[in-house]
Write a protein that binds this ligand. Structure first.
Ligand code: ADP
Ligand code: MG
Length: 255
């Protein structure tokens, strides 16, 4: 289990608490819109914390007693198998590219109660084509029958079309930005791209907010870096906010 998985390694930390708040707020968002079973996590650009947020959200959801699948739909830069220290040799790509494969063969237990992983599998030459296939849609439908919550980790919205294509199979998108990195214009452009495709944004996460003071010490401590002097929070500063948008969000309902 890698250090980024704070929700598992440090369930009492403020970061884990923030993920539980996110979970709760998503439940409220769900109450307003009927179904929020399959959630896609994305962000405007690369390196903003999508994968770390997706993994921790999946963990707190499973800890909350819901049978949860973490599905690595970033076929370009898959990392979930590494975060969870599982094999990434076979996964979504195999299901989409090879006939006759069944998802249950490729789903792995994670060692965390109630949480399974479907890795991305080998990086294909044509990720956007693959996620746009009927097979992808069928895979998501398959997960709906077996899991109470499915969290998809996706590529960035602005760089490639995958996230938008995937967005059409899910119930809502959680949009991550990273404090001090994600530009406001990029966030606006990502929101606009999702809105144009009528994909509802059901929540927003501001990742890596930096705390000062005693929290900073705690985070530095568990991260194995004693850098109290600058108070920079590594992986601990997930400030999660799920905003249930009035009028049913940016997508399908309001358009
Ligand atoms: N809150 C955070 N604090 C410190 N490092 C983080 C945080 N969130 C993500 N990272 C690190 O930043 C890098 C990119 O995160 P990742 O989740 O893989 O981004 P993305 O999926 O958006 O490309 C990884 O090395 C990850 O461990
Ligand atoms: Mg990622």
């Amino acid at each position: 289990m890698r250090a980024e998985l704070v929700a598992f390694l440090h369930p009492k930390s403020p970061a884990s608490e923030a993920f539980r708040t996110l979970r709760t707020n998503l439940q409220f968002a769900a109450a307003g819109r009927g179904r929020l079973q399959v959630i896609l996590v994305t962000s405007p650009g690369p390196g903003e914390g999508k994968s770390v947020v997706a993994a921790n959200l999946a963990i707190v959801t499973a800890q909350g007693g819901r049978r949860t699948l973490l599905l690595d739909a970033d076929l370009r830069r898959p990392v979930q198998h590494r975060l969870l220290e599982k094999s990434g040799r076979r996964g979504v790509t195999n299901l989409l590219a090879e006939a006759g494969r069944e998802p249950e063969e490729l789903v792995q237990p994670t060692g965390i109660d109630g949480l399974d992983l479907l890795p991305a599998g080998p990086v294909p030459p044509n990720p956007a084509e693959l996620v746009a296939t009927e097979g992808m849609r069928r895979l998501v439908e398959w997960t709906r029958d077996r899991y109470e919550t499915v969290v998809l980790d996706a590529p960035p919205v602005l760089a490639v079309t995958d996230a938008i294509l995937l967005g059409t199979c899910v119930d809502g998108v959680l949009l991550v930005s990273r404090a001090g990195q994600t530009r406001n214009e990029a966030l606006q452009a990502a929101m606009e791209a999702l809105r144009r495709s009528r994909i509802p944004v059901v929540g927003a996460v501001l990742n890596e907010v930096r705390y000062r003071g005693s929290d900073a010490y705690y985070y530095s401590y568990y991260y194995g870096r004693r850098r109290e002097e600058d108070g920079r929070v590594l992986s601990g500063g997930h400030e999660a906010a799920a905003t249930a948008q009035p009028g049913g969000g940016q997508g399908a309902d309001s358009a």
